[in-house]
Ligand binder design. Structure first.
Ligand code: KIV
Ligand code: ZN
Length: 536
């Protein structure tokens, strides 16, 4: 069943974090993580979730199906969309993935620029039109909500683009998404392209019911500007990702477009259905789960986005926030972390606070998180919401654990021999211990882990550490990315001790790599160590 949007001033938010975003190197998510993120996207209020590419693998199909059933099952749930190349097999798989959602959508695409036709598909323009006819017709025979994207539209001849769009609508497409696949266009040019398409595509003009959409990549740092230019030209759907993650330099970031529309209503005269106070939480979740840190000066969600350093700025903000702030931190969910819990707080208080933060935790999972909370509260006077979120990500955002950290000890001195002793548990439940010397405590720990795991050689390509809150007793978060055989794997860890957080993050990345390279047989027989954690 399809929902129609009649509000001409509403910009639909199509989130593709789980599809285009997941295509970022190293951002691979497990299906449990995808489900968690999809739940949070629903709380954020996105209109459409592009949940994945079902034909890519049985795992991708299963993840899309789960999201369709568990996040897209209600009348007021977001539309759940799957991506499919313009081939029969992909479209059928995509339908299998989304059909159980209350509002399913099939999104199919074909490259239409001369460059893509010549070098990628080898199709003539006539052949491309035939492929589009067949695929959109098939998709529409299955689902009454169909999106078509002429890939590399930014470099496609406008006359041919109009022909392509007209054909897609004639065959039943209800949304026409115009991608700047390679991040090539300039805002003024893009505005003109979208305006021309809307004005000149037969059957798809204003009042036709067809939704025009833009999908921009950030290769020249213009994705947000181009997306807003598309909106000014009449696009009423924007394709975006949380934190702007995605292929190469990424996609348009959801938070930037949403907050531009929100902060400048007189200029744009448009609104979205986004529940903006959920933005920060969503950003943190995506960053923690993908292991992709947000740069500190990133608009809206960067650690410095609301920090005022210069004396004159601080003076102004203290007198009135509007002197140097165009939006309040609270609008995006960045409340001054409320000091909610301390070492005297009990299990029930923790459960209630976690529930307010959107985590429903019971039974063993609650015991597990309560034990971690107590350790933290012993080391740190006040446990904030941000601490709890980091703790939840650390405790539950783990891929299959082939090796888990049992204990570690690090000795550093002035003699230049930092030594780490690491104890791991392997999949056969055996404990393994090794000590190594490194150039620093983190290096020593990683060397000891490498020795114990004996994994394929990998290179540490990124290591970042930051504190969750202020103060010497703050919880430290570490994200790492390792590269092996041309693939990147991310890991996240949080702990009061940053060397321990570093070891945990590294082990998460190593476990992901082992799973990807088929080391699952190192897992014990029987049930895997999963946590029954539901966020709704
Ligand atoms: O960038 C792109 O062209 C895409 C399409 C599949 C829409 O991601
Ligand atoms: Zn894309």
């Amino acid at each position: 069943m399809t929902r129609r949007v009649y509000d001409p001033n509403r910009v639909l938010i199509f989130d593709t974090t789980l599809r285009d975003g997941e295509q970022s190197p190293g951002a691979t998510l497990t299906s449990a993580e995808k489900l968690e993120i999809a739940r949070q996207l629903a709380r954020l209020g996105v209109d459409i979730i592009e949940a994945g590419f079902p034909a890519a693998s049985p795992d991708d199909l299963a993840a899309v199906q789960r999201i369709a059933r568990e996040v897209g099952g209600e009348e007021n749930s977001p539309t759940i969309c799957g991506l499919a190349r313009a081939v029969e097999g992909d479209i059928l798989k995509c339908w299998e993935g989304v059909k159980d959602a209350k509002h399913p959508r099939i999104h199919t695409f074909l490259g239409t620029s001369d460059i893509h036709l010549k070098y990628q598909t080898g199709l003539s323009r006539e052949q491309a039109l035939e492929v589009i006819r067949k695929s959109v017709t098939l998709a529409r025979s299955l689902c009454d909500d169909v999106e078509f994207s002429p890939m590399d539209a930014g470099r496609t001849d406008i006359e041919f683009l109009i022909q392509v769009c007209a054909l897609a609508v004639e065959c039943g497409a209800t949304t026409l998404n115009i991608p700047d696949t390679v991040g090539y266009v300039a805002p003024e040019e893009w505005r003109e392209t979208i305006a021309t398409l809307i004005a000149e595509t037969p059957g798809a003009g204003v009042g036709s019911g067809v939704i025009w959409s833009v999908h921009c990549h950030n290769d020249l740092g213009l994705a947000t500007a181009n997306t807003l230019a598309g909106v000014l030209a009449g696009a009423r759907q924007v394709e975006v990702t949380i934190n702007g993650i995605g292929e190469r330099a990424g996609n348009t970031s959801l938070e930037e477009v949403v907050m531009a529309l929100h902060t400048r209503p007189q200029f744009y005269g448009l609104h979205t259905g986004i529940n903006t106070p959920e933005i920060m939480k969503t950003s943190r979740m995506v960053s923690n789960y993908t292991g992709m840190m947000v740069q500190p000066n990133k608009a809206i969600v960067g650690a410095n986005a609301f920090a005022h350093e210069a004396g004159i700025h601080q003076d102004g903000v203290l007198k009135h926030h509007s002197t140097y702030e165009i939006m309040t931190p609270e609008t995006v969910g960045l409340s001054q972390s409320r000091l909610v819990l301390g070492k005297h707080s009990g299990r029930h208080a923790l459960k209630v606070r976690l529930s307010e933060l959107g985590y429903e935790v019971d039974g063993d999972a609650l015991n597990q998180v309560f034990a971690r909370f107590k350790d933290l509260a012993d080391a740190k006077k006040n446990v904030t919401d941000a601490d709890l979120e980091a703790l939840m990500a650390d405790e539950f955002n783990k891929p299959q654990e082939i090796f888990s950290l049992v204990d570690m000890q690090v000795v550093c001195g002035t003699m230049g021999m930092p030594t780490a002793t690491i104890k791991l548990r392997n999949a056969k439940n055996e404990e393994l211990v090794h000590a190594a010397i490194g150039v620093g405590p983190v290096d020593a720990s990683y060397k000891a882990i490498d020795e114990l795991v004996k994994a394929p050689a990998s290179v540490l390509v990124e290591y970042a550490v930051h504190s969750v809150t202020e103060g010497i007793d703050a919880l430290g978060e570490v994200t790492v990315r390792i590269e092996a055989n041309g693939k990147t794997f991310g890991g996240y860890g949080a702990d009061g001790d940053i060397v321990v957080a570093s070891a945990k993050a590294y082990l998460v990345a190593i476990n992901r790599m082992l799973v990807a390279f088929g080391y699952e047989d190192m897992k014990p027989e029987g049930e895997a160590a999963t946590v029954n954690l539901a966020r709704n």
